[in-house]
Design a protein around this ligand. Structure first.
Ligand code: HEC
Ligand code: HEC
Ligand code: HEC
Ligand code: HEC
Length: 249
């Protein structure tokens, strides 16, 4: 007996046709995704920041060129050429001495010796802010950027490349950007005598000096040790801050 089903199955060509439509739709959406990825990649925050820096830097040197006399022109032209060649890329400091990889200079180009060889350009705007005239000028100058990076003093998340995450203000990152007294406290990882160091801004170490007085006044040393000295009842408070290897030369 034959099956009397009146509905005949779609012909081979018809089925192929609908497969083709599917295939076409799939390809179109892949193309769209592909271009979206390119556009998104171009819109990364740090890329805009670097492009902006480059534009400002070229404008600054061109101004210098038109202000200078003839004999300085060839030198400034070289400077202009290297500014125009400045690549838009992730920049990082890899310090083997303190075992740190910091990408802060991807945005803070004022602190990048490659982007800003003199380290004293007029960039007083964040994130380019170069040391000149900033409160941390002499402190930055005393520590070679290549050797110290940034996080060892400032805190934050060295590897991140967007502002929020790099400054450590995201969940599950325990080391946010330090400010004020907390920034001072990070100096104690390496310096016992911060109040004796030659720092231009004398107000800078005020909080550390006050903390030392309070620590003595309240007899914390009776229970806590600092670098092995003091009572054995609780944790050595220096250990908390001395997890990082310290450069001593
Ligand atoms: C994606 C770009 C970007 C990266 C990466 C970045 N920053 Fe910033 N930073 C900014 C911008 C923009 C500002 C100014 C606006 C603001 O404060 O959010 C700033 C401001 C600052 C300031 C001064 C103001 C403040 O909030 O205290 C410090 C200090 C600083 N950054 C340190 C760091 C350190 C340290 C790192 C690396 C761990 C870092 N930044 C990485 C973009 C960046
Ligand atoms: C040895 C410690 C140390 C290191 C290393 C260091 N900084 Fe600083 N930085 C300071 C201090 C201290 C200040 C002054 C902050 C103040 O006065 O509140 C400062 C100031 C700044 C400021 C200006 C903040 C403001 O409030 O305007 C920026 C931006 C900055 N540093 C970025 C960087 C970057 C980027 C790096 C790495 C390339 C870096 N710093 C490395 C200690 C350091
Ligand atoms: C990772 C260790 C480390 C940290 C953190 C650190 N320093 Fe230093 N600092 C050094 C070393 C090492 C030198 C000696 C210079 C060198 O070897 O580059 C130095 C030199 C200095 C000097 C110049 C020397 C002098 O006697 O005047 C000053 C000032 C100074 N540091 C202040 C600070 C301040 C303020 C902070 C905190 C914001 C700080 N340092 C954080 C390691 C550190
Ligand atoms: C009577 C003893 C005693 C005195 C005095 C004392 N502490 Fe403590 N402290 C402790 C004990 C116990 C803990 C808990 C340690 C633990 O969690 O194992 C502690 C914890 C701490 C911690 C947290 C440490 C960590 O790693 O979790 C800090 C910071 C601290 N004390 C600072 C101070 C300071 C600053 C003073 C002086 C103003 C002080 N303590 C005085 C007994 C003392």
């Amino acid at each position: 007996m034959e099956n009397q089903n009146p509905q005949t199955p779609p012909s081979f060509w018809k089925r192929l046709g609908s497969l083709r439509v599917l295939f076409l739709l799939g390809n179109v959406s892949l193309m769209v995704l592909f271009f979206l990825v390119i556009v998104k990649d171009h819109q990364r925050e740090w890329k805009n920041i670097q492009a902006d820096f480059k534009k400002q830097e070229i404008a600054r040197i061109e101004q210098k060129f038109s202000d200078a006399n003839d004999q300085d022109h060839s030198l400034i032209q070289e400077e202009l050429k290297s500014a125009k060649r400045l690549p838009i890329e992730i920049r990082q400091i890899w310090s083997q001495e303190i075992n740190a990889i910091d990408r802060c200079i991807t945005c803070h180009l004022g602190h990048d010796p490659l982007a800003n060889p003199s380290m004293t350009t007029s960039y007083q705007e964040h994130p380019f802010k170069a040391p000149a005239n900033s409160a941390g000028f002499d402190i930055h100058k005393a520590h070679n950027v290549e050797k110290f990076g940034c996080v060892v003093c400032h805190g934050g998340q060295g590897l991140a490349t967007n502002t929020q995450a790099a400054h450590g203000f995201v969940t599950h990152w325990e080391q946010p950007l330090l400010r004020g007294a907390l920034l001072q406290a990070s100096c104690l990882k390496c310096h016992d005598n911060i109040d004796e160091l030659n720092i231009q801004n004398k107000n800078f170490s005020s909080e550390i000096v006050r903390a030392k007085v309070l620590f003595n006044e309240h007899g914390c040393i009776g229970c806590h040790q600092i670098g092995g000295e003091g009572g054995p009842i609780s944790v050595d408070l220096r250990e908390e801050t001395s997890k990082k290897t310290v450069v001593t030369n």
